[in-house]
Structure formats: structure tokens, C-alpha cells
Write a protein that binds this ligand. Structure first.
Ligand code: PEP
Ligand code: MN
Length: 336
């Protein structure tokens, strides 16, 4: 932290000094022409910083270190989330795919069978839906979770579904391999803490208006409770432009990979919101170093109960997968 005061405020300098000494901080005082600059070393919390900032006569307080620690590479260089049966996230590129919502056992089975035939190992399906309108399809709830887990087991796949509150935690722990925290719940610290205690693999999405720092601070809550099985998911931020559902900040992929040791996925479906642009954005994510993609698919998008407009149909998904596999081969071989 660096504290800056006006040079002529001697009494403020004395106040700051005595508080720093009382707090046991190491500091130095550099007198410039107009300002006095005080670099401070030590373990400073956000409340220390705000206390110094609120001293009358302190011009500014600059924080140097990041406000989170356990998500950073200083804490550990790399995390691979191991789901068992050879399915890991954070080493090979992985797809999590499936419909926006589990609609029925029959339709979900049809989608799982298709994905499994392509070698996809992670199956998503919303069961408790966070819809903007209370009149929209809200998901099948507990019955959806039961369908998700039995269909996933049938095809030897791992299941992913979004939890909306703690009332269904026990059911999620029983039925789901990765619990998703949706964008709207990224700030639900009570939920995050409980999921942190559970130790269950989590996929946490960035909220539509959260900064990268806010996102990583939310994830820090989970790690602090002892759960390091966390996957980060970028899904686009709110934007003035309604040509796409959200604005996907592609730079967030290398940034999150750099700032954190956790695997980073992109969800182009909720980010872009228009099926025909999703393959191109997904291909870019591979080149930017993402650890995988979360993509919505449906055999009949125009009749899907939620998010049909952004869901890829089977042939769009197959073509995209083929292209991404070619890109990966190219990245792994010597290109001229
Ligand atoms: C979802 O993945 O089903 C979903 C609702 O996404 P988000 O939380 O990113 O809106
Ligand atoms: Mn959706």
C-alpha cells in the first residue's frame, strides 16, 4: 500500500505514523516537493486500507497487492479438477455440452446419446432455472436432477447442473458431478461459502456486470472454505449493444489464466446468444488458451423450452467439434 499526503500536512503525517506504528507495519516516509509518499509493507486488509483512506488530509491510498490470494498462482501454480474415470478439467481441452434445460427423460437421453457418440464426457442440463421472467419455463427441479444423473450414468458421462439455493444442496451433492453457480449467484456469498465447505467440484460463472477482480474475490470465498476444485467460466458481460446477448470479453480468457491457477472455460452460448456465431467464437477460445467450452445444444432448437435461439443443432455442433479438433491438431503439430 502507498499512502500519499500533501507535504504541508505535518499533523496528518504524525497521525498516519502513529497508526502505522500501532499496527506494527513497516513503512518509510519520502518527502517530495508537494507530496509526502509513504510506502507501507505488511499484511493489509481491505478494512486497513479503507481506514487510512478515510483519514482527513490523506490524499490517496493505493493498493499494490491483489486483494485475493488463494486463487493466484502464488498460492499454487496449477489446478486440475479431477472428476474420476479419466475425466479431468485443466489439462486436455474439454466440452461441457447439453441442453439449456432438462426437458424430459426422452429428449435428454437423445441429446446425451448424440454427445456420447462424439466422445463428449461432460453433460450439462439446467434443472432449476434462473429465468428473467417468472412466466418462463422454470425447469423440472428435483425430477430434472434425477433424469440428469440417470442419463449421465447411462452413457458414462459426468453431469453438470446449476444450483440456485441451498435448499437443494443435498440433492445436488448426491446427483451432480459438477455444481454450477450461475452468473446471477456469483455474488451469493452464503451459497459460495456452503459450496466451499462441500468440497464438490464447482463451475462458477462471472456475473454479467462483475469485474475480473469481483469474480476472483467471489471464487476466493470458496477456496477459503477449503474447496479448491473450482472451474472459472466466462459468459459475457452486460453491454449497450443488443446485437449479441452479452459482450464476450475474449481477453478475459488469457487474463484469468494468468491471474489464477484455476481452469478457465468459455460459455459462448449465453455470451453470444446467437447460434450461428457460436462456432467462430468457440474456435477463438481454443487459440486464446481456454481449457474448454460450455455449449448449449438441442436436436430441435426452435422447440426448446429455453434458450433455443442460442442452442446449436446436432449438425452445427458436429461441424464445430470437427473444426476445433483440427485446430488442436494443428496447435500440437509443427505448422509452417
Ligand atoms: C446456464 O448456463 O444455464 C445459465 C443460466 O447461464 P448464466 O448463469 O451464465 O446466465
Ligand atoms: Mn441457457
Amino acid at each position: 500500500m502507498i499512502i500519499v499526503l500533501k507535504r504541508d500536512r505535518k499533523e496528518v503525517l504524525e497521525d498516519v505514523r502513529s497508526r502505522l506504528m500501532a499496527g506494527g507495519f513497516q513503512y518509510n516516509v519520502l518527502e517530495g516537493v508537494k507530496y509526502t509518499v509513504i510506502p507501507v509493507l505488511g499484511d493489509l486488509t481491505a478494512s486497513d486500507i479503507s481506514r487510512f483512506r478515510s483519514i482527513d488530509g490523506v490524499d490517496k491510498v493505493l493498493r499494490i497487492s491483489s486483494p485475493y490470494y488463494m486463487v493466484t498462482k502464488e498460492y499454487r501454480p496449477r489446478t486440475i479438477v479431477d472428476l474420476g474415470d479419466g475425466v479431468r478439467i485443466g489439462d486436455d481441452f474439454r466440452f461441457i455440452a447439453g441442453p439449456c434445460s432438462v426437458e424430459s427423460e426422452e429428449s435428454f437421453d437423445r441429446i446425451a446419446a448424440f454427445l456420447s457418440s462424439l466422445g463428449i464426457k461432460l453433460l450439462r442440463g439446467g434443472t432449476y432455472k434462473m429465468r428473467s421472467s417468472p412466466y418462463s419455463f422454470q425447469g423440472l427441479g428435483d425430477e430434472g436432477l434425477r433424469i440428469l444423473s440417470s442419463v449421465a450414468r447411462r452413457y458414462g458421462m459426468k453431469s453438470v447442473s446449476e444450483i440456485v439455493d441451498l435448499r437443494s444442496l443435498d440433492l445436488f451433492l448426491e446427483h451432480v458431478d459438477i455444481i454450477q453457480v450461475g452468473a446471477r449467484n456469483m455474488y451469493n456469498f452464503t451459497l459460495l461459502r456452503e459450496l466451499g465447505k462441500s468440497g464438490k467440484p464447482l463451475l462458477i460463472k462471472r456475473a454479467p456486470s462483475a469485474r475480473i477482480e469481483d469474480f476472483l474475490l467471489s471464487v476466493e470465498y470458496v477456496l477459503l472454505e477449503g474447496n479448491e476444485n473450482v472451474i472459472l467460466c466466462e459468459r459475457g458481460s452486460i453491454s449497450f449493444d443488443d446485437a449479441s446477448r452479452n459482450a464476450v470479453n475474449m481477453a478475459a480468457i488469457p487474463m484469468l489464466k494468468d491471474l489464477s491457477h484455476l481452469p478457465v472455460l468459455l460459455d459462448p452460448s449465453h455470451g453470444v446468444g446467437v447460434a450461428r456465431y457460436i462456432p467462430a467464437v468457440s474456435e477463438a477460445a481454443v487459440l486464446l488458451g481456454a481449457d474448454g467450452l460450455m455449449v448449449e445444444i438441442h436436436f430441435d432448437p426452435s422447440n426448446a423450452l429455453s434458450d433455443g435461439f442460442q442452442s446449436l443443432n446436432f449438425s452445427q455442433f458436429s461441424r464445430m467439434l470437427e473444426k476445433i479438433r483440427k485446430i488442436q491438431n494443428c496447435l500440437n503439430s509443427t505448422c509452417c
